[in-house]
Design a protein around this ligand. Structure first.
Ligand SMILES: Cc1ncc(COP(=O)(O)O)c(C=O)c1O
Length: 370
């Protein structure tokens, strides 16, 4: 059996009984939409993050609802990194707004505030800052550069990441911008047993609006004030998430320890660039992503496959080169996004990796690049 990127049954094993019990109690209870199980999870997550949070259907909906709550209109410009998962930009296009690409920092992979400066305009209506791979993007610098422009923190990959320096020191990713959006896709830091997502906001009125938009624009049943959609966190998922949230600190610590071993092993390798953590953030290592010479990547992937080790390329094509988004023409250099899409490679880093798996991964990579 190859070492997978993520092994959910193995991750769940230590608390599988509690997970089964929580899910079955919803199945037997008969409350399948909303209700106390969802409310209890929202409360638990809000207490963990020290920020208000509402559950929604998934992380993509969360982004769309955040933009709708900000009143993004057709023709408005929304700045988004070219190097991220498509969902971050997809929601802009779905609203008829204009995705304006910016570049990312080569060492941390997150949004580059200087690149944002290049593309700011009087039509800029929001910025989507993605906390990519599990560490915080530089929200404080973005705020200084784009004064008064609402920032949506796409926290799909960074539930549990924290700012450790500056204005937001001690605060969690996703809790400092106009909106923070979260995904509970099963492989995320906090993953459900299916789809799930959440939204936080520093503005209580925004969150009320978001909650209404997520529920067909209703504030009261059958009174539709706003154009909305149907995006609900499922109680079965909420029950599972409530169990998994209790184990999150442990899981994040385990991933950090594995990553520290990787960093020590790979730092000396000349052809390998290890991921850097920004000074103002911790890293939850949703992904452990190396940068290697682009001409060697295909062969390296093949070599790892032969060794029984999975790898993944997140993301092989920057968004401005995707057919679906080709009509959003770049307005600044996206050279780093292009370079990274050719040279990044992510390796397994989940909390249930056995010590001999970690050893095998370290050995294989060290041998290949020595
Ligand atoms: C950066 C980013 N944004 C948004 C999403 C969308 O989340 P979901 O799959 O829950 O819709 C993802 C999911 O992979 C993501 O990685």
């Amino acid at each position: 059996m190859p070492i997978p990127m993520v092994d959910l049954p193995k991750i769940h094993a230590p608390y599988q009984g509690a997970l089964d019990e929580a899910v079955l109690s919803v199945v037997h209870g008969g409350g399948y939409i909303g209700g106390p199980v969802v409310e209890a999870f929202e409360k638990q997550a809000a207490s963990f993050l020290d920020a208000p949070i509402i559950g929604v259907g998934n992380g993509t909906d969360a982004l769309q609802i955040a933009l709708m709550s900000l009143g993004i209109q057709p023709g408005d410009e929304v700045i988004v990194p070219a190097f991220t998962y498509a969902a971050s930009a997809e929601v802009i296009a779905l609203l008829g707004a204009v995705a304006v690409w910016c570049d990312v920092n080569e060492s941390t992979f997150t949004i580059d505030p200087n690149s944002v400066k290049d593309v700011l305009s009087d039509k800029t209506a929001a910025i989507i800052a993605v906390h990519l791979y599990g560490q915080c993007a530089d929200i404080e610098s973005l705020e200084k550069i784009a004064v008064g422009i609402p920032i949506v923190e796409d926290t799909a990959q960074a539930f549990g990441a924290k700012f450790i320096k500056g204005k937001y020191s001690g605060r969690f990713a996703g809790t400092v911008g106009a909106f923070g959006t979260f995904s509970f896709f099963p492989t995320k830091n906090l993953g459900a047993l299916g789809d799930g997502g959440a939204i936080s906001s520093t503005n209580a009125d925004f969150l009320v609006k978001a909650k209404s938009i997520a529920s067909h624009g209703q504030r009261k049943k059958y009174e539709h004030h706003l154009l909305g959609l149907n995006s609900r966190l499922d109680p079965i998922q909420a029950a599972a998430l409530a169990v998994k949230l209790k184990f999150l600190p442990e899981a994040l610590s385990a991933k950090t320890l594995i990553s520290e071993q990787y960093l020590a092993a790979f730092q000396p390798l000349k052809q390998v660039v290890v991921p850097e953590t920004a000074s103002f953030s911790n890293h939850t290592y949703h992904q452990f992503t190396l940068t290697i010479p682009s001409e060697k990547r295909d062969r390296f992937v093949e070599y790892m496959r032969e060794k029984g080790i999975s790898t993944m390329v997140y993301y092989p094509i920057p968004l401005h080169k995707q057919k679906a988004y080709a009509h959003f023409e770049p307005r600044t250099s996206l050279a780093i996004s292009e370079k990274l899409s050719r040279s990044v490679i992510s390796i397994p880093v989940h909390e249930a990796l056995a010590p001999n798996d970690i050893l095998a991964i370290k050995d294989a990579i060290t041998k290949y690049f020595s």
